[in-house]
Design a protein around this ligand. Structure first.
Ligand code: SIN
Length: 545
């Protein structure tokens, strides 16, 4: 295929339509026209699925210091304190601005001015602002309606970004390179297009689909991470993948999350024999930080040879459960489970990418005019394990800050556009082969790069993932593009990056457990990965703040 020519021009290009992309678009529209490309329907985002809520210091018994301390504690020594402080302090203002935009959050029954603050694992105070168990949906729909009313924002659905347009090629210093936009596949027409923009925001979400079991929606195929890596950005802490402890275990349920807020309201974890095993494993019991709970569930199921553990919600009761968690209760009932009457079978599943594309406090990547925010970005807030409900907070704060940055008009000639995909018609069996490779990547990651890792397992995963990466890259260069192929190309690259980062980190810390390195290194280090000529290179850098 010949290189695509420019099909759209705008001041700001936004890739993705979750909380980060929409918040940024609304702010950046002050600088000129904004184009949002989103790869499925506009509300197909991880934000829309977020059940728990948004952590913010709003209670008189709470303080910024406590929220910072809880975040640092969960992050197992790997959070950047300055970023944590900045993000935490913005919490109350963020809740006010979402409320001004029209979002409604639950209030206490007895105090119409007070928000009903929930509790989740690792929090020492009630500070989770929520809309029952549909908080993400409330925020997403509020932001989407603001975007729809904005005269300078256009949103195109079913447009899958393929590659960033970055130049000048061959520039010696990455700091000299800038982003001119991105190429995309219009999934409805099959056409390839090219957006020319003064600045580009990556807000494409995470990488949950790289695992067989995940709470993430289908869009979470590591597109932003892979595009940024191919463009030459550094990626930080990509081995730090958070497994949510309580994903519903049911043959017909595809990745359904049972919010941590359920444990915040009093539910406890029991093994299949009914023993409350978390009691002896952490002072916070079932409400310990997620890394601890997920690992202990894994240990308990392996120890007993069970497939799942049970979430006992009897202390909440049937009526209260239905009132506080209406979406979860309704969904459970479709599987014949009445919460409050019987326990809920649960297992850990991949949930959140704590690493991502390295950015500064304004969301700037190492490439000029390229920004990242939300799950795809690495700010250092989450360290080695994200504190529950800190993600909507971090995404919004960073997106707001990035949106305030004045765009620069580029000087000099445009570089060549990103390399186009191929044109060969797909072979008749291509669909089946792609399906198999998708399955293979996801199984490998689950088996060898899951909750518990070792050098032998990681080496096996890396060898196979490298082959898949090469195979999918070659096929992409020759074959007419499809979303399955483009996503596999991204998933396999992300898998290699994650496994190589995990291989390099020879310690156990937070979400990263190495059987062969059970101790925690006294010097906390971030892993930084780059895709170079010779493949993915990893360095470990002492934490600066
Ligand atoms: C949950 O509701 O348990 C998810 C909240 C989060 O991941 O922060």
């Amino acid at each position: 295929m010949s290189a695509p020519s420019v099909t759209h021009c705008c001041t700001t290009l936004v890739l993705g339509s979750g909380v980060a992309g929409l918040t940024y678009a609304l702010r950046a529209a002050q600088h000129g026209p904004v184009l949002i490309l989103t790869k499925k329907f506009r509300s197909d985002s991880s934000t829309n699925r977020a059940q728990g809520g948004l952590a913010a210091v709003l209670s008189p018994t709470d303080s910024f210091d406590l929220h910072v301390a809880d975040t640092l504690e969960a992050g197992a020594g790997l959070c950047r304190r300055d970023v944590v402080e900045l993000v935490v302090r913005e919490g109350p203002a963020l809740v006010r601005s979402l409320t001004d935009l029209g979002a409604t959050f639950e209030h206490t029954e007895d105090d119409s001015d007070g928000l009903d603050l929930g509790l989740e694992g690792g929090h020492s105070r009630r500070r989770i602002v929520h809309s029952k168990d549909r908080t993400g949906q409330e925020i997403e729909s509020t932001l989407l309606s603001a975007v729809a009313k904005h005269p300078d924002i256009t949103l195109l659905e079913h447009h899958l970004a393929l590659d960033l347009w970055v130049g000048a090629d061959g520039a010696e210093r990455r700091a000299d390179r800038r982003c001119y936009g991105a190429s995309f596949l219009d999934q409805e027409t099959g056409a390839i297009g090219l957006v020319r923009s003064d600045q580009t925001m990556l807000s494409t979400g995470g990488c949950g689909k790289v695992y067989r079991y995940t709470t993430n929606p289908d869009i979470a195929t590591a597109d932003g991470v892979a595009m940024a890596a191919r463009a030459g950005c550094s990626l930080g802490n990509m081995e730090m993948i958070q497994f949510h402890p309580t994903c519903l275990h049911h043959a017909d349920a595809k990745s359904f999350l049972i919010s941590e807020a359920v444990r915040g309201e009093g539910a406890v974890l029991r093994n299949v024999a009914g023993e409350e095993f978390m009691k002896d494993r952490h002072p916070l019991g079932s409400l310990a930080p997620r890394d601890v709970v997920a690992r202990e569930i894994d240990r308990e199921t392996k120890r007993r040879g069970d497939k799942f553990v049970l979430l006992d919600v009897s202390s909440i009761g049937e009526d209260r459960f239905r009132e506080r968690f209406p979406a979860i209760a309704a969904r459970l009932e479709t599987y014949g489970i009445v919460a409050g009457r019987e326990p809920i079978p649960v297992v850990p599943a991949a949930h959140y990418m704590c690493g991502g594309v390295v950015v500064d406090l304004n969301g700037r990547t190492e490439i000029g005019d390229l920004f990242a925010s939300g799950e795809v970005a690495f700010t250092g807030v989450h360290g080695a394990n994200r504190l529950a409900s800190n993600s909507l907070l971090e995404a919004s704060v960073l997106a707001e800050r990035a949106g305030a940055v004045e765009p620069q008009s580029p000087e000099g000639p445009e570089p060549p556009p990103p390399p186009p995909p191929g044109t060969d018609p797909p072979r008749p069996d291509q669909g089946v082969i792609l399906d198999h490779e998708w399955d293979a990547v996801r199984s490998l990651m689950m088996n060898y790069m899951g909750l518990v890792r070792s050098q032998g397992r990681l080496d096996r995963a890396i060898t196979r993932l490298e082959e898949m990466r090469e195979w999918s890259e070659d096929l992409y260069r020759t074959s007419a593009p499809s979303s399955d192929l483009a996503e596999l190309r991204n998933l396999s690259l992300a898998g290699v990056i994650m496994a190589r980062a995990a291989r390099a980190r020879e310690e156990s810390r937070g979400l990263h457990t190495r059987l062969d390195f059970p101790e925690t290194d006294p010097v906390p280090r971030e892993s930084w990965c780059r895709l170079g000529e010779g493949g993915v290179e990893v360095t470990l850098r002492p934490l600066e703040s």
